[in-house]
Design a protein around this ligand. Structure first.
Ligand code: ADP
Length: 514
């Protein structure tokens, strides 16, 4: 059969011939571009290119043959790889380079170029074989990867900057607050302390940092209780709140300190550390005691002349003859009502200071609970005829407690319900027996109390901001009520919503003898 190949080439010394057409077909079948340049001719022109090279560049064969390979670089001649190509061509050495080339349509592609020189017997380079591979896709992927990496690095830098900023911010708070702060590790060793701590305890960083809390100073923190509490913080993660420490400190003398401790539950480097805050409340407590003393003395001193005034008014009322002096009698009656009011206020103040100093003595006895509720409501009803007070239910039991105190609680809750519900006229009292307790609820349709204020109204002298200027009062009624109920072993609470009324409820154990 006739062979289609026209030329044959001698490749070995024993004249074994290989079909040149077959070789060309093999080169054309390659997916890698192949060129041969003739170095014996001027400007080293391309004398052969395979099909893959034609497809890679987009040029036709006749547009390629006869030109120097550099034509693929268009105007992009400032590439660094060009000088190494030139050097390799001049010295006739093999080399590999990545070159930016352009297809016929102007599109850039990256060419991974391997050049291999062919030498004659005299060692002179006659040809160069160029193996060329389009690596644009890999290059693009590399560039994308580099861009992604750069972007990630930028993000990391930004995050690091933000972290540093917030760390600096937190540290400035740590240093600025007017509370002594230290951070402990799980072994209760001090990791850091703020300026306020050093100033308050008159110690330096060198004798504090790295020390065990209980070894500090003259072992001033080493007392029973604190160790257990701090260990509990680790075990249960429950914070220690307002733990009072009354102690003789080496440099600053006797102080009352308020301790608060929180376990840091973050993961990472802060995990399991404890933030411990000390607040010196010595002066605050002394001021409170002075204020309490003053209140106790003042109300005690007011009481005696007031009792005399009350007596004198009653005497004058009795001495005034009936008839023309009726108007005077009316005025005196009003005066005696005001004196009575003042007397009640002073009694409340005295009661509050007795409670504060723990001097409230209970004189308990059995009393008919429903009767007490009924009589208190009846009395309040006569003083406040505009309101309708309704009692719903009964306990049906005798209660062991101090009757006068329970009357005081009921009166207080009722008068608040009247005072703070100016636009409504209905008050409902619910009485029941619940297990071994009696329960009373006083329900009004008045101003209501916000959730934040509900937490504070049982404190001494606390009054809700907006009522202060419109309704008279000292803010001690509920404090007294809460203390009385507590002393009886019951509890007092409020349920309320702003503008939707309030319900104050209390329970009392029926028969427990406290
Ligand atoms: P006072 O009435 O003398 O201010 P209390 O201790 O009895 O003192 O009450 C504390 C505060 O609680 C009051 O100032 C008022 O703001 C609020 N309060 C008490 N009872 C009611 C109520 N029934 N409705 C709305 N607010 C109330």
């Amino acid at each position: 059969m006739e062979t289609p190949y026209t030329s044959k080439v001698a490749l070995s010394s024993n004249d074994q011939l290989l079909d040149l057409g077959l070789l060309t077909m093999a080169l054309d079948a390659s997916v890698t571009g192949v060129t041969i340049t003739d170095n014996t001719q001027a400007d080293n022109p391309i004398v052969y290119c395979n099909q893959a090279f034609i497809e890679m560049t987009g040029y036709a064969e006749h547009e390629i043959i006869g030109r120097n390979c550099r034509f693929l670089q268009n105007d992009d001649r400032s590439q660094a790889s060009r000088s190494s190509i030139r050097h390799a061509l001049n010295s006739g050495t093999r080399f590999t380079a990545e070159v930016r080339n352009y297809r016929k349509n102007g599109e850039l592609f990256w060419n991974e170029l391997h050049i291999c020189p062919i030498k004659d017997d005299a060692g002179k380079v006659t040809h160069f074989i160029g193996i060329q591979k389009d690596i644009s896709t890999e290059k693009k992927a590399q560039q994308l990867l580099r861009a992604k990496k750069a972007e990630m690095e930028k993000q990391i830098q930004e995050r690091t900057r933000l972290l540093k900023d917030s760390e600096a911010f937190l540290s400035s708070i740590f240093q600025t607050v007017k509370v002594s702060l230290i951070v402990l590790d799980p072994g209760l060793y001090i990791l850091s302390a703020n300026e306020h701590f050093y100033r308050t305890f008159k110690v330096g960083a060198e004798e504090t940092l790295g020390q065990q809390l209980f070894a500090l100073g003259n072992h001033q923190w080493d007392f029973p209780g604190l160790k257990n509490i701090l260990n509990d913080v680790f075990l249960t993660s429950n914070p220690v709140e307002n733990f009072e420490v009354d102690h003789e400190f080496p440099h600053i003398g006797r102080k009352l300190m308020l301790l608060n401790a929180h376990r840091i539950e973050l993961s990472g480097q802060y995990k399991d550390q404890i933030l411990l805050a000390f607040e010196d409340i010595t002066q605050k407590r002394e001021a409170e005691i002075r204020k309490d003393d003053f209140l106790a003395i003042a109300s005690h001193e007011f009481k005696t002349p007031l009792t005399s005034i009350k007596g004198y008014i009653q005497t004058v009322e009795r001495l005034i003859p009936a008839g023309p002096f009726e108007k005077l009698r009316l005025i005196l009656h009003k005066a005696s009502l005001q004196v009575e009011r003042l007397n009640n206020l002073i009694s409340d103040l005295l009661e509050a200071s007795r409670i504060k100093t723990g001097n409230l003595r209970l004189h308990k006895a059995w009393f008919d609970f429903d009767k007490v509720v009924y009589e208190t409501v009846e009395l309040t009803q006569t003083v406040s005829p505009h309101h309708t007070i309704t009692i719903d239910g009964k306990s049906g039991v005798q209660v062991f407690g101090e009757e006068a105190h329970i009357i005081q609680v009921l009166t207080n809750l009722l008068s608040n319900a009247i005072k703070y519900a100016p636009k409504s006229n209905k008050i409902l009292i619910l009485v029941s027996r619940v297990s071994n307790y009696v329960k009373v609820s006083v329900k009004d349709d008045g101003l209501g109390i916000s959730a934040a204020d509900q937490k504070r109204i049982f404190e001494r002298f606390y009054r809700v901001g907006e009522v202060q200027n419109h309704y008279p009062g000292m803010g001690i009624g509920l404090y007294i009520c809460a203390e009385i109920i507590k002393n009886h072993g019951g509890s007092l609470w409020v349920e309320s919503e702003k503008q939707h009324g309030s319900t104050f409820s209390f329970t009392l154990p029926i028969g427990e003898q406290h």
